[in-house]
Each structure stands twice: as C-alpha cells, then as structure tokens.
Design a protein around this ligand. Sequence first.
Ligand code: ADP
Ligand code: MG
Length: 260
Amino acid sequence: MIIILTGLPSVGKSTFSKTISKKMSEKNMDNIILGTDLLRESFPIWKESYEKYIRDSNTYLIKKALENKFSVIVDDTNYYNSKRRDLINIAKSYDTVYITIYLKAPLNILLTRNVQRGQKIPNEVIKDMYEKFDTPGSKYSWDLPDIEIDTMKKINYDEILNEILKISKFKNLKAIKKLENPKMDFLENDLQKIDSMSRQIVGNLIKTGKIDNKEIKKVSNIRKSFLKEFKSIEHEKINFKKIEEEFLIYLNENLKKDFI
Ligand code: ADP
Ligand code: MG
C-alpha cells in the first residue's frame, strides 16, 4: 500500500511517519518512508536546479518500492491536489491500495513548531502557504482524505494503524469486486455523479429561495427516492443532461411546484 501524507510544513508529518512506520514493521509490514525532503537533505546545499532531479528521483524510488512490494509512506507536504492525484495514479498503475492522511494544526501552532525546530523554512513562507492551502477534498471528492489527524490532540498510533488496515482491506475488497463485475463499478460511478448533481440542484434551489426551509426534509426524501428509482432501472448509456431534466421534473411533480 501507499500512504500519502499531506499537511503544511511543521505540522508533524515526519514525526508521524517515523512512528507509524515502526508500528507497521511490528506487524511485519515491510515499509519505507520516502519524500522529497529526504533527498533534499542529502545535498550539502539547496539549489533550484536540483529540484527536477529531486522530484524525478522521488517518483522513481516510490515506484521501485512498490515493485518490491514494500509499503510506502510518502512524507511530503503534497501541497497541491495535482501532486496528490499523481501519487494516487501511481498507486493505481501498480494495483496498490492508497490511503490518504491529512495532518492539520492551526497556523500559530505551525509557526511555533517551526521555530522550535530551527526555522529551516521562514515563518512567512508557512503563513503564505497556510493562506493558499486548499483543504484536501474541498474541490474534488476524490481528494477527500481517508484519515484526518488533528495534531493538537494526542495521536493514538495503534488506533490509526487499525484504521489504515481496515481501509486497506475495504479498498482491496472493492478492487476485487470491480474485477469480478466491472459493470457494477460503472453504475456506482454514475450514481455518484447523479447524487452530486441532484445535491447541487437542490442546494441552488434552496440558496435562491425557490425551496422553502420548511420543505428541505421533504426535498431530501424526494431526492433519495429519485436516486433509488434510478438505481432500480437498467441503464444502457447514461445521458446526464437528460437525467438533470428528469430530476427537475420529478421534483416539480412531487412538490407540486414549477421550477423550470
Ligand atoms: P513536518 O515533517 O510536517 O514538517 P515534523 O515532524 O518535522 O513536521 O515536526 C515539526 C516540529 O513539530 C518538530 O519539532 C516536532 O518535534 C514537533 N511535532 C511534531 N508532531 C507534533 C505533535 N503531534 N505535537 C506537538 N509537536 C509536534
Ligand atoms: Mg518533514
């Protein structure tokens, strides 16, 4: 498996990696911590011109580790969702389970921890990163972390390892099911799309005042029964535009309203 960490500098990723890595090895899971910082630290000084080598080598090492059936803990900021997606795609291309872990802490704590460890990165940089950081999952649902750790609280590593094993088992089962019945998976994907589409429509209708607050519960039930009906019918090729229209008609009929 590949454990993809994400979190701002000084949040505690490297500390977390070392402990969880030991816990994993106690359970006989061969694993390695990799990350661009480890390579960066192998240079006596830093130059921008080293960065491409660092990134490429890191990707290479991750792939090699997976080929060797080692679990990988990616100890990196993974600041951009594109970086997280690249890592997820590596996992997929190696048929490996991936687990994303988001470590968080308030800004003032990050700055204090940063000072404590010698301010290798200026506090100003962390402040700036904090402002611009997209919380994982805020833009894309695929980016929602499997595990979120509030580093202000005491970290229960045994509990987290259990969680990791549970998620890994679940994702493995899902992958097997997908192999056995690829059509099922299709349906699940389509359902997810329709679920979020209908959610968005309802959200807009509420926002624009077309649905009364008193009717929210009723609308939510209508939406659920629409999804249930969709699920029960055999679909060949799905036309999402048409389903969007159908959902509005369905809402109209069931609420005796006229949204269109
Ligand atoms: P990162 O790898 O995310 O940059 P580190 O693991 O190097 O962060 O930790 C940064 C500093 O914060 C270190 O001095 C470390 O001892 C401290 N630290 C790490 N995790 C915690 C935690 N959960 N609670 C309090 N301090 C922590
Ligand atoms: Mg670190």
